[in-house]
Design a protein around this ligand. Structure first.
Ligand code: ZN
Length: 255
């Protein structure tokens, strides 16, 4: 059961002191974070920093979905895992790292792939979803289920020295399918196993995703809804592309 305490313990006041003195967060925002549930789908380059920071910042309960085991080629960007974790399930390795940081957190492990059959039941338990997957099938699936359930989520994608992020709040702006339409034909989009990825690029985007979750949960600031943020690390250029809602999107139309 979720702890629905409406006050902070003395330990929490010390732990989160530098959050609490930010006017936009305050004690109220910190209590909201401690009462919140976030789901992270994918514990790779994006999910590693997103999970670390959401746990550090005081989210009360986090669900983690990943069917993979740690490989040595993951370690330059997937900072949840170390050399001795190679071969372990990523969810298990992640739990070991996070329990050192936040022993009071509630973690739910889903050590399998998200599918059309299991996604609605899993996603429905959470307040916000971090879409940190590495393939278009999962990205469109998470989008379609989240829009159907009216669950907000943060999308990010990375390749080489480039990345992008947007936040989808159903009925408040365009969804991933409004912008990207259909799953690309297999083989037309290269994976990071083929293009490579600079270790810091998913680090930046995973933290942007965690920040969007925190802002949504504490109801502060402006989210990346209706705008796509891109970062080219090579030229060190951030850009923002305005996204008009697409009324023709087959998923949004049904909501
Ligand atoms: Zn849409």
């Amino acid at each position: 059961m979720m702890e629905k305490s409406n006050f902070l313990t003395e330990r929490h006041k010390k732990l989160f002191h530098r959050h609490i003195i930010i006017p936009e967060i305050g004690e109220t925002g910190q209590i909201r974070l401690l009462q919140s549930r976030v789901l992270i789908v994918g514990l790779g380059g994006l999910g590693s920093p997103a999970l670390y920071y959401l746990a550090a910042c005081g989210v009360g309960e986090i669900g983690i979905v990943d069917s993979d085991r740690v490989e040595i080629s993951n370690l330059h960007r997937q900072i949840l895992h170390g050399e001795e974790d190679v071969g372990k399930e990523k969810t298990v390795s992640a739990r070991e790292s996070i329990m050192r940081l936040r022993p009071d957190i509630r973690l739910s492990l889903y050590p399998f792939r998200i599918t059309a059959a299991n996604a609605p039941e899993i996603i429905n338990r959470y307040d916000f979803v971090i879409e940190a997957t590495d393939n278009f099938e999962s990205k469109f699936l998470i989008n379609d289920v989240c829009v159907g359930l009216r669950k907000p989520f943060s999308h990010a994608g990375i390749s080489g020295m480039y990345g992008q992020a947007m936040t989808v709040v159903p009925e408040k702006g365009p969804c991933f399918r409004c912008v990207f339409d259909e799953v690309p034909a297999s083989g037309t989009v290269k994976t990071t196993a083929e293009t490579g990825v600079l270790g810091t690029v998913p680090g930046v985007f995973g933290i942007i995703q965690a920040t969007e979750a925190i802002k949504y949960l504490t109801n502060c600031g402006s989210l990346l809804t209706g705008r796509l943020l891109t970062w080219d690390a090579l030229s060190m250029t951030f850009r923002e592309i305005k996204l008009p809602p697409d009324k023709r999107c087959s998923v949004c139309r049904k909501v």
